[in-house]
Design a binder for this molecule. Structure first.
Ligand SMILES: Cc1cc2nc3c(=O)[nH]c(=O)nc-3n(C[C@H](O)[C@H](O)[C@H](O)COP(=O)(O)O)c2cc1C
Length: 209
């Protein structure tokens, strides 16, 4: 036991910053994870499988395994890009030059990474189970992001109005009742990670005793 004076000098639990509580590679990984939008190189099958395996470790009430993982690489990305452009046509500018630029940008979107991992969830009529399945699949997505980072890969969770379209589900070979949770873009990081986001625990935490 420490002498009284020394114990008084120690910061209390409340005084300690969250970061100082414990040295943990998992906490470090969560704090350091950033969306990496510029991706290059390749993702090996072993890396892909390790990422999906980590995703499967997510908590899942009643072990419903609601998730599906659909990886797109090579030409499949260009085909998805063509679909993105087709789906964006109704909202494209009418000016021919602007329209061409806009649609070309849509078509290039899936080409921003060597591998896209579509993570989807089944949907069921029971609203509680449906909510829990979606939550489990979102947790699986975060596991995938952290696994990618720990393998030295970059990743970004992307979605958007077009990605949620039923035509995209069909393209992915999924059931019309499935729901897309994320298109995780994966590859070798080709940019510095964005700077740390400010976090304020006090602003969001309330303790009721
Ligand atoms: C459900 C969901 C959808 C997202 N969709 C997009 C997207 O379509 N495009 C994009 O650039 N980032 C998307 N993001 C990533 C967020 O923009 C990103 O996490 C946020 O800016 C914080 O940055 P960080 O991940 O580096 O901490 C999405 C994140 C979530 C959770």
């Amino acid at each position: 036991m420490l002498p009284e004076r020394e114990r008084e000098d120690e910061p209390s639990h409340e005084q300690k910053r969250e970061e100082d509580l414990v040295v943990s590679p998992i906490l470090d990984a969560m704090r350091e994870r950033r969306s990496i939008g510029k991706l290059t190189g390749d993702v090996s099958d072993a890396e892909l499988r390790a990422i999906v395996d980590a995703a499967l470790c997510a908590p899942n009430h009643k072990l419903t395994a609601p998730w599906r993982f659909t990886a797109l690489r090579g030409d499949a990305r260009a085909r998805l890009g063509a679909l993105f452009a087709e789906l964006a046509e109704p909202v494209a500018p009418s000016d021919p030059v602007e329209r061409g630029t806009f649609l070309a940008k849509e078509a290039r979107k899936p080409m921003r990474a060597p591998l896209l991992l579509a993570i989807s969830t089944r949907t069921v009529a029971d609203p509680v189970i449906a909510a829990e399945d979606f939550a489990a699949t979102a947790a699986a997505t975060q596991n995938a992001l952290l696994a990618a980072q720990s393998l030295g890969l970059g990743a970004i969770w992307r979605t958007g109005a077009t990605a949620y379209r039923s035509e995209v589900l069909a393209f992915l070979g999924l059931d019309p009742t499935d729901r897309l949770v994320a298109l995780v873009y994966l590859g070798r990081p080709a940019m510095e990670p964005p700077k740390e986001r400010p976090r304020d625990v006090d602003a969001v935490l309330r303790v009721i005793e």
